[in-house]
Design a protein around this ligand. Structure first.
Ligand code: MV4
Length: 612
């Protein structure tokens, strides 16, 4: 087993990995950016190294900075967590090539073999894993798309070979859209994955997202640890994950789990991974009639990392997946058989994101955890890196904690989840805790009949405001009379950190944070691109201002002043999170001002177009 592990990540997953290390008697090293100097993962580690400025590309994504910190600390392994460098084959290879340091994860070659969608599809097909009817070779011209559509029917999905997650997919609903959508898919693939190869699949209209946790060692042992149902997603972001799936019969469950195990065994994959499937839901299905062995399920993709929602599987199986990652990376053999893997009860994970569900889940722009009272009791787990008084770090992704609840069955899990979420007090930062309480009363979700489209297209959002009213907390601003405060200072000497307390009399600092136009632009976990900050575009015309929902770059403007637009018309296209995002008119009107130019970087909240 390793002596000392550097965790190349931040927040809750860094603490999660450090907890596994500590239980194995392994020392821990944190790395942190300027934005995370007060981070919980830094407090938790035995030692910590500053690896750069807030911008992820200059810190958490900086290959050399991370490896140098590991060498400086004398670490003999690096665990990447998820996001950032976790699925970066080039970085994995650099670590593999660094003497004395072991990479905790699949090899760079495995990442590439399974990360390239057409290769992964061919490999799964060879292992008799059902793949969505489609092409395994790239397509290049619209005729191939229309011929496919004629044979398999519309809609047709065009997918970027290098894509994954919510990225790189266009849907062709009819023949006339084939050429434009093919061009757009190739352009997006080239721009974000440096690979314009695209392939086709029959588009499934009502899929569930079912994923299977797998664990493989260097001795040929491959185990699957059951499935997770991640169908409740918003714009490809999971919000609640659960296991076992409320929609599957045991027979179908076993078929899918075994298919995942078989597929991974077909490759030389080692360490933890997840095989994603689409399961065709029957939109008319009664909640009590589960999907049986006749239901269609298809391979979607492999995630070559530990996932946010690995905790659901841990609570169901009582297997510590992160510890097994470390043991497998150290060359140890898996000691349990497939028959030993048993799922007990039901578990759900609630992602606690600092977002406002009543404002289209807009990320919080700042705040301070004035109150942080955490839930407890039987079956309640909280994975976080927070303590009362923490300032919200807004430079990275908005998830600040995960609440994981386990019960004897799904009904008890739901009841316990409501109790835990009500107990959980986070004041000073807006979060989606009220949204979670709303979903636990939602008929589709409680019935377990929701598909991946439910949140984006079907749910009644007015409910979110009601629950936010009842359970929400303001963002708070602190403030008050003069007072004597003890301020903790932390100094780092050669990677060792010392807490120094100083008393001073002051007026409490307002935790103001630069707005969308100020401060370091938000570089996401693995989006990495922070871009340049500029003055926000200003508008003078009358009318409703259409603003940017996220930081990004304007790549296409479809309107000019004076244009008449209808609801749903695409006003412009924003490149963000490695995707082309159509910014559409929510209502008809006249364009009275276009406040941006093509190739301009914008921050979340910046004005784009004014509609009268
Ligand atoms: C699909 C699909 C329907 N049919 N492929 C979304 C991003 C990428 N992971 C693949 N995705 C999908 N691929 C076919 N042939 C629907 C989706 C999809 C989706 C899949 C899983 C979880 C959430 C999703 C949200 C929208 C679309």
């Amino acid at each position: 087993m390793f002596e000392k592990v550097l965790v190349a990540n931040r927040g809750e997953i860094a603490v999660r990995v450090m907890r596994a290390c500590e239980e194995l008697g392994v020392a821990t090293v944190a790395v942190y950016s300027e934005a995370d100097k007060q981070g919980g993962h830094v407090r938790f580690a035995d030692e910590a190294y500053n690896i750069g400025p807030a911008r992820a590309a200059d810190s958490y994504l900086d290959h050399e900075a991370v490896i140098e910190a590991a060498q400086k600390a004398g670490a003999d392994a690096i665990h990447p967590g998820y996001g950032f460098l976790a699925e970066n084959a080039e970085f994995a290879r650099k670590v593999e090539a660094t003497d004395g340091i072991t990479w905790v994860g699949p090899t760079g070659n495995s990442m590439e073999q399974l990360g390239e969608k057409t290769q992964a599809r061919s490999l799964m097909a060879a292992a008799d894993v059902p793949i969505v009817p489609g092409t395994t070779d790239p397509v290049t011209n619209p005729e191939e798309v229309t011929e496919f559509g004629d044979e398999y029917g519309y809609p047709v999905a065009i997918k970027a070979e290098g894509g994954g997650g919510g990225r790189g997919m266009k849907v062709v609903h009819e023949e006339s859209e084939a050429a434009d959508q093919l061009e757009s898919a190739k352009r997006e693939g080239e721009a974000y994955f440096d690979n314009d190869s695209v392939y086709l699949e029959r588009y499934l209209e009502n899929p569930r997202h079912i994923e299977v946790q797998v664990l493989a060692d260097e001795h040929g042992n491959v185990r699957h640890l059951g499935e997770r149902d991640c169908s409740l997603q918003r714009r490809h972001q999971k919000v609640i994950e659960e296991g076992p799936s409320p929609a599957l019969t045991d027979e179908l469950r076993e078929q899918i789990g075994e298919a995942a195990r078989r597929g991974v065994a077909e490759s030389d994959y080692v360490n933890a991974g997840t095989v994603e499937f689409l399961v065709e839901e029957d939109p008319e299905r009664d909640p009590d009639e589960l999907l049986g062995p006749e239901a269609n399920f298809y391979f979607l993709e492999v995630n070559t990392r530990i996932q946010v929602e690995h905790t659901v599987t841990e609570e169901l199986t009582d297997i510590d997946i992160v510890k097994w990652q470390l043991r497998v990376a150290a060359g140890e053999e898996i000691t349990f058989s497939q028959a030993d893997v048993e799922l007990e009860g039901h578990a759900m994970e609630f992602r606690i994101n600092a977002e406002d569900a009543t404002d289209d889940f807009a990320p919080a722009q700042g705040g301070q955890l004035e109150t942080y009272d955490t839930p407890g009791g039987i079956g309640v787990r909280l994975d976080d890196a927070l303590r009362q008084g923490d300032d919200l770090v807004t430079e990275y992704d908005s998830m600040i904690a995960k609440l994981i609840v386990h019960g004897g069955d799904r009904a008890e899990c739901i009841a316990r989840s409501k109790r835990a979420l009500r107990e959980y007090e986070l004041e000073g930062i807006v979060t989606i805790r009220p949204f979670h309480l709303a979903m636990l009363e939602d008929e589709e979700f409680v019935g377990g009949t929701h598909t991946t489209k439910y949140l984006d297209e079907q749910v009644d959002r007015s409910v979110f405001a009601e629950f936010q009213e009842r359970y929400g907390t303001g963002t708070g601003t602190g403030g008050g009379d003069e007072e004597t405060v003890t301020r903790e200072f932390t100094v780092e000497v050669n990677g060792k950190r010392f807490e120094v307390d100083l008393e001073e009399t002051s007026v409490p600092q307002q935790t103001s944070r630069p707005g969308p136009t100020g401060g370091p632009s938000s570089g996401g976990g693995d989006s990495g691109d922070g871009g340049e900050t500029r003055e926000a575009p200003s508008v003078s015309a009358e009318g409703e201002v259409v603003t940017a929902e996220m930081q990004g770059t304007v790549i296409d403007i479809n309107v000019t002043e004076g244009d008449e637009v209808a609801a749903g018309d695409v006003l412009l296209v924003l490149e963000a999170m490695k995707m082309e995002n159509d910014i559409v008119a929510e209502f008809g009107g006249t364009v009275t001002e276009v406040a941006v130019e093509e190739d301009q970087s914008v921050n979340q909240g910046d004005a784009l177009v004014v509609l009268d």
